[in-house]
Design a protein around this ligand. Structure first.
Ligand SMILES: [Cu+2]
Length: 418
């Protein structure tokens, strides 16, 4: 992310940020401080509702569809499919609530076409169930299925912790491909029989890299490695993960970064079984769920604006499914001697408040927050509910970042006046 301004403190932050490699230092296994980091947990403590409530385990679809899609507001799926990651516009500074107004990232004609396709889909989808059921000839040929890993909206400001769909019904011999759909990192992890879900350990290669073969055996540990749709997460991330399923059963998997709150199930049935849903039906539900997460994120954003004050910054928030990866307000003006409190009001995601150079260990505090005159100062890991209070003793403009989420645009500035 390039800063717009050439002012002193910002320029140094630009160098710092564009270097990009600072963040990686945290995850170098031979770092002496790694031991203290290795046990850090950021578990989601309470199971969240299924991100795909329309599809219960019974396979029955509930109720009529919701309100029509709000295409003009959010369509991460479209963005993901149509705009290659390398071509997506760079992050830019957040201008508070004005950023929540619709931002036309697509040509109006494109949106018209999408609207048309959506209405066509609405006509065709009810037929697809019966067409699936009657396609007896093709029953025996293996199908390929796609599940999205994570979701995001508003230039990565809002991140979803969900597999979409969370439940997918396949037949023995079919393959499932998980596609990274967010800048926030996730994994697809099947635990071995009898193994319990472990805390995320950013130094454990069995968590960070792919484990297991290409065909799921029904009982061993399989892991995608870190997945993301961007390359600047600080991890070696993959965009896709494919497994073939040849054993019948219901196989639950997790994201080991976000814990038991983020899970999904592959329901594998005998070859030749009728599929309850087509891929396009799953996709439609996925887009609906993505929009809900985006709306939840917007609501949290609005609430954060109400909570924030002239000396109080909301340092990210989340409801365990939708996360806001922003400082609110991201620009604060105070006077010399004033104190600013940074608050993580979320329930699941940790953040940091980091001035100056990103420390090798972003999990540990750096500097003296009671007497900040520029230079290096970091909160260390701020778990949900944590606060960090800084007293500014010098005039200037001081940039800061969340060392975990800066690459999503989670950055801010405190201007200290005489
Ligand atoms: Cu953060």
């Amino acid at each position: 992310m390039q800063r717009q301004s050439g002012r002193g403190p910002i320029a140094s932050a630009t160098n710092h940020r564009s270097a990009g490699s600072q963040y990686r230092h945290v995850f170098v296994p031979d770092n002496q401080e790694t031991d203290s980091i290795a046990t850090v947990r950021w578990r989601v403590p309470v199971p969240t509702p299924s991100p795909f409530p329309e599809l219960g385990d019974s396979g029955q679809q509930k109720g009529p569809d919701g309100p029509p899609p709000r295409w003009h507001r959010f369509d991460a799926d479209f963005r993901r499919r149509i705009v290659p990651a390398a071509l997506r516009p760079p992050l830019h500074r957040v201008e508070g609530m004005s950023r929540m107004t619709p931002r036309l990232t697509t040509h109006p004609m494109t949106r018209l076409v999408r609207g048309f396709l959506a209405s066509m889909a609405a006509l065709i989808l009810p037929l697809s169930l019966s067409s699936f059921a009657t396609a007896d000839d093709e029953k025996s040929s293996p199908e390929s299925w796609t599940v999205q890993v994570g979701s995001e909206a508003h230039d990565q400001a809002i991140q979803g912790m969900s597999f979409l769909p969370a439940n997918i019904y396949v037949n023995s011999g079919d393959t499932v491909t998980w596609e990274a759909n967010s800048a926030e990192i996730h994994t697809v992890t099947f635990l071995a029989h009898g193994q319990s879900l472990m805390p995320f350990n950013p130094f454990d290669p069995k968590q960070l890299s792919r484990q297991g073969g290409t065909a799921y055996d029904g009982h061993s540990y399989y892991n995608s490695g870190i997945m993301a749709n961007v390359s600047n997460t600080g991890f070696k991330a993959v965009e896709g993960y494919t497994l073939k399923f040849t054993h019948t059963g219901n196989f639950t998997y997790y994201c080991i970064v976000h814990g038991k709150g983020m899970k999904g199930t592959v329901h594998v049935r005998a070859a030749g079984t009728d599929y309850p849903y087509s891929q396009s039906q799953y996709d439609r539900q996925t887009r609906k769920q993505e929009r809900k997460i985006a709306r939840d994120g917007e609501e949290q954003w609005a609430a954060a604006h109400k909570q924030a004050g002239s000396h109080k910054v909301i340092a990210g928030t989340d409801n365990e499914v939708a996360m806001l990866m922003r400082f609110v307000h991201h620009e604060t003006v105070v006077h010399v001697g004033d104190t600013v409190t940074f608050l993580n009001t979320g329930m699941g995601a940790p953040h940091t408040v980091t001035f100056g150079h990103e420390p090798a260990n972003i999990f540990a505090p750096v500097g003296n927050p009671k007497d900040f005159r520029g230079g290096n100062l970091s909160s260390g890991l701020m778990e949900p509910g944590a606060k960090f209070t800084v007293t500014f003793k010098k005039v200037g403009e001081f940039d800061y970042i969340c060392a975990l989420h800066d690459y999503m645009g989670m950055t801010g500035e405190v201007e200290v006046r005489p």
